[in-house]
Structure formats: C-alpha cells, structure tokens
Design a protein around this ligand. Structure first.
Ligand code: NDP
Ligand code: 2IT
Length: 444
C-alpha cells in the first residue's frame, strides 16, 4: 500500500465517527500523492504524514452558564491546536449546535494549509462549542462567552494561539470574549482577531472573507479569459461571508440573485438589495424569509434548493457539505461555469470531482476563503506595531494576497501536471511550506 493510502486508513481507524475529518484528510492526501510518492522514503522515516494528520493538542472543557430563567446550562468547549510549524495557531471559533470534535478537527486541518497559502506566519487551529447563539439574549450570550473564555484563556495568547470568528461568532461574541480574556489575564494584547475598531480591530476584517473570495474568483476568471461583469451569481448563506461576497460581486458588476439561511432561500430577479439583507441579518438578527416581506420582486422558498437557481457562478458561503453531486449537476445543466467556495468544504467530494471532471472553474475553500484569516494576520501585525492601517492599505494587501494565492495554486497544479486543478494546486502549495518548516524543526 502507498504511504498516503496507509495513512488515510489509519486516520479512519484511529478517529472513528469523524466523517468530516476523514473527508478533509482524504482530499488533501489524494492531492499530495504525486508529491509524497517522489519523497516517500524520506517522509516515511520522519513519519511526516503521521504528524501532519495528528493535532499537536486538543483541549476540551465544560462551559457552564446561567440562562435568563436562572437555569444552569452546560455546553462543550474545544480548541484544536493543529499545527504550529509556521506560526502561532490561528483560526476561528464556531458556535453552532452541530459542533463536535470531529468537525473542529476537519476545520483545524483545513486551516493549516489555508494559513500556509496566505504567505503569512500563522499555524492552524480551530475551536468552538455546541452552544447555539440563536434566540439567546445578549446577556445569555455574554454569560456563555465569559464562561467559555475563562477556560480557553489558559491555552491562548498573542504569540501562542489567536482565535477569531466563524459561524455564530461575530463582532458581539468577539467583544465579550476579549473583555473576559483581558479581565482574566490583565493583558491588553492581540489575542483575538475580528475585534471592534476602537479596541484593536482592523479595517476590512469584517469584509475580508467575502471580498477576498471575489478577488480570487475575479483572478481565476481573468486568467481563464472570462470576467465577472454582467454575470448572474448565486450565493448561499446570508451571514458574514455571504453578505460581503455579495457586496464585492455587485461592485464588480455581477448580479447576485439568491441568498439563503438554514430555513430556505430567496430569489430576487432584480438583484439582491444588500441594504435590506444587512438590516435583517446584521441589525435585527432575523431570517432571510423577511426579505421577501420587504422586497416585492423577491420570492422565498422554504428548504434546500438554492442550487437549482440558474446562474453563471455559484458561491457556497454557508457550511460544510451543503452542495452535493445532485446540486453540482443542476448547476452545470443550468449553465454555471465557475464555483468558488466561501465556506469551508461546502462541496461534497463527489460534487468537487464533478466540477473538475466537467471542466468547470473551481476554487476550493482553503484558497478561496483565505482572505479572512489573512486579514486577521494583518490585524495581528497592526496590534504588534500598535498602529492602525487605513481601509485602502488593508484592502490593497488583501487583494495582493488573494492574487498570490491564485498564482501559487495555479503554479503548483502546472508543476505537477494537473493544470487548472486548483484543488490539487492549493493542497500541494499549502503543504510545501508547512512540510519544509516541519522537516527543519526536527522531531516535534
Ligand atoms: P455566519 O454565522 O455569519 O453565517 C452562517 C450562514 O450560513 C448563515 O446564513 C447560516 O444560516 C448558514 N448556515 C450555517 N449553518 C448552516 C447549516 N447547517 N445549514 C444551512 N445553512 C447554514 O458565519 P460565516 O459567514 O462567518 O461563515 C460561513 C462559512 O464561511 C463557514 O463555513 C465558515 O467556516 C466559513 N468561513 C468564515 C470566515 C470568516 O471570516 N467568518 C473565514 C473563512 C471561512 P442560519 O442563520 O439559519 O444558521
Ligand atoms: O475559517 C476561517 O478561516 C475563519 N473562520 C477565519 C479565521 C481567522 O483566524 O480569522
């Protein structure tokens, strides 16, 4: 059995029930076959792959808090510190009822390669809780965040591990978490990113993942003789990533016609009015359904089905495995020619293979959504310097980073004879930097 297949079999055996983690590892290992086969003896001896797929550390803890009725609630909290070969652990916190250790391991594993692709000195980590912020009062969210941070604060630090937002963790949660970290440690340091602008946050961080997604999409289109102007775009989700992907796509001349949440999707033939979406999602914390109550050109459909909306370009920006083979086929048959992933692993493996086998342009999440964490790393730099850069400065750096990520994925794909396969290209390019650093640092 090849080294790669042997390691994948071990991962499945030793991490039972963690389907998403298996899926993420398999995709990366399949891409790395070419690279590993050429260096098999050296890597085997160093147990390089065994170390790559095993998190350096996982902390898991109890999070007790009191709800508005005076009832004590208990959630699970985690931080997966996956790989620190190229920098302090960096990656978001997810608060969602579906969170478990396997989900966070998949996200932490992806983060290692994504962070490497940014070219910035950040290792990979991820954390979170099965806490559901939906329907909770601000006080309940604060009570939860304070309890979560009381435990997490023991394991993080500006030069050690720097969490940020992800699903269910936005500006409000980061504020509560930061306040509690400062109170626990007495340190005013850049231990979290995505902070508010008046306490160490960076301009553009709010927009960064969505903007970065559209910057790399634009680059991929241009390098393939196409462009965004006049194209019809479908975006799934209606959270942070979806909103700012929509904003940038519209600025670059595309027409975004659909958005969703976990209840259903809206289709607006006249193009999404983002001011209405922001009011519903960022101010009222409401449901996407409410858009159709305000905008008469829009129709709301309950349930899944957003990928049946005809489009040129699809941007999945909600969650893992939200786009399956049937969805991929529907997109293709309705004329879609490009897909870029704002979410982490939103396409199933079968869908990804379908895109690649059918000549569609496809940019995987670990490259396409890296603008968020890249801008987080820029926030860390500003915190270290005790300076704040202008919007234009940060935006220009973000754009540059995304164009560079495209170039790295494109170049690695060409070097290994799989031109245009940005999945393989991103995995290989991300891996190369991490593996060099791991080999240089000895058996750790
Ligand atoms: P938000 O919490 O702001 O928004 C998440 C959106 O996705 C909501 O519309 C939510 O709907 C929907 N969603 C979440 N879970 C599900 C589900 N199980 N089924 C259907 N819809 C769902 O999160 P973000 O926008 O920050 O994150 C979206 C994706 O982007 C995630 O995969 C995240 O890991 C990834 N990402 C985020 C980055 C960031 O900087 N924020 C950076 C890189 C990647 P509902 O409100 O109904 O739950
Ligand atoms: O998945 C991700 O890259 C994020 N949620 C952002 C992580 C970060 O540290 O900004």
């Amino acid at each position: 059995m090849s080294y790669v297949d042997e390691i994948y079999a071990k991962v499945v055996e030793q991490n039972p029930g963690e389907a998403e983690f298996h899926q993420a590892v398999k995709e990366v290992l399949d891409s790395l076959k070419l690279v590993i086969d050429a260096n098999e003896e050296k890597y085997r001896k160093m147990a390089l792959l065994e170390r790559l797929v095993e998190p350096e550390r996982i902390v898991s803890f109890r999070v007790p808090w009191v709800d508005d009725k005076g009832q004590v609630q208990v959630n699970k909290g985690y931080r997966v510190q996956f790989n620190s070969a190229i920098g302090p652990y960096k990656g978001g916190l997810r608060f969602h009822p579906s969170v478990n250790q396997g989900i966070l391991k998949f996200l932490g594993f992806e983060q290692v390669f994504k962070n490497s692709l940014t070219g910035l000195p950040i290792g990979g980590g991820k954390g979170g809780s099965n806490f559901d912020p939906k329907g909770k009062s601000d006080r309940e969210v604060m009570a939860f965040c304070q309890s979560f941070m009381t435990e997490l604060s023991k394991y993080i630090g500006a030069d050690q591990d720097v969490p940020a937002g992800d699903i269910g963790v936005g500006a409000r949660e980061i504020g509560f978490l930061y306040g509690q970290y400062k109170r626990m440690t007495g340190l005013y340091e850049g231990v979290l990113t995505g902070k508010g602008l008046n306490y160490g946050g960076s301009l553009v961080r709010t927009q960064a993942t969505g903007y970065g997604l559209v910057y790399i999409l634009d680059e991929m289109l241009r390098k393939n003789g196409k462009d965004l102007s006049g194209k019809t775009v479908v975006v799934s989700g209606s959270g942070n990533v979806a909103i700012y992907a929509t904003e940038k796509a519209q600025q670059l001349g595309a027409k975004v016609v659909a958005l969703s949440d976990s209840n259903g999707y809206i289709y607006d033939k006249d193009g999404i009015r983002l001011d209405v979406v922001k009011e519903i999602k960022e101010v009222r914390r409401g449901r996407i359904k409410e858009y159709a109550d305000t905008v008469s050109s829009a129709v709301y459909t309950e349930g899944k089905g957003i990928w049946n909306v005809a489009c040129d370009i699809a941007l999945p920006c909600a969650t893992q495995n939200e786009l399956n083979l049937e969805d991929a086929k529907a997109l293709k048959s309705n004329g879609c020619f490009a897909v870029a992933e704002g979410a982490n692993m939103p396409s199933t493996r079968e869908a990804t293979d379908f895109f690649l086998e059918n000549g569609m342009l496809f940019m995987p999440g670990k490259a396409a959504n890296a603008g968020g964490v890249a801008t987080s790393a820029l926030e860390m730099s500003q915190n270290s310097q005790r300076l704040s850069w202008t919007f234009a400065e940060v935006d220009a750096k973000l754009k540059d980073i995304m164009v560079n990520i495209f170039a790295k994925a494109d170049d690695a794909a060409k070097r290994y004879g799989v031109d245009g396969n940005y999945v393989a290209g991103a995995n290989i390019a991300g891996f190369e930097k991490v593996v060099d650093a791991m080999m240089a640092q000895g058996i750790v």
